[in-house]
Design a protein around this ligand. Sequence first.
Ligand SMILES: [Zn+2]
Length: 327
Amino acid sequence: MRAAIFWTINDFPAYANLSGWSTKRSLACPCCNKDTVSMRLKYGKKFCYMGHRRFLSHDHKWRNEKKTFDGTKENRLAPKTLSGDEVLQQLSQMKQVIFGKVNKKRKHGKSKDNLNARKDLMAMGLRKELHLIPIQGKEIDIQNSVQTIGNSKPYKMPSAFYTLSKDERQSFCQFLMDLKLPDGFSSNISRCVNKHEGKLQNLKSHDIHCLLHRHLPLGIRGLLRKDISNTLIEFSAYFRELCSKSLRMSDLERLENSIALTLCKLERIFPPTFFDIMVHLSIHLATEAKIAGPVQYRWMYPFERYLRTLKSYVRNKARPEGSIAEE
Ligand SMILES: [Zn+2]
């Protein structure tokens, strides 16, 4: 028997199972393919995907800036989009694909801006203002101390200009709690707000969608330095425009150019650990919308809602498929 997939809606990890192109480690981006730019962080022990200056025009002045980016000049061009024939040719070289997923437990890290992220910055010699400060009056040579002292205690982590203080976080939470929205626009986001700790919790994917598109650009004005908040607002405007009801080709071309610039601006602000593959993928979304059309016909929300319906049929949690199939 042979089976063929005509269309599918899947998340990014499932992309690897479907296509056979691994979405992890050094060549994680299926669009950039073998030209994916990645770097393994020594202390963060993760891969990060920066190098968005490649997508800028070849004479852009940021291509020559070293210090504000990853310490190198950028002469490479944007990766070429593969044609269907080229993908087919790649596939013919493959030996065996193992379909399905391997069960692994997810780890949830709290913040990407942690001690290891700062150690990586020190090792790369970038953003001096974010480097760890040795304490207890010891003048420790920074380069050596990181390697010799594995313990985090002798360091102080200077607070970064992109982090919010507790008061600022609480005022953002208050903003979300006071938010009045049209009926049916989104879920009641004030239920996800923990103002006391200045945290958001139990967010569903659609809550994050609304947060990114609408609430974040409104809420962070005035809380962060102007250039940082403007960059974040640009980033969310990109997603908002991309999800509009109708899309024009000319707008998508503009978005393609603007996201390259926005990601470069983000590279100047955040440490490399921030740039995981999900951040990098945003650069390909406008191009994909040019091929596949408006986003709302392809997104997951209707299916997420239907999954909830299916979930309510489950009586035996050990064998969920059985109860779903019976209904
Ligand atoms: Zn890519």
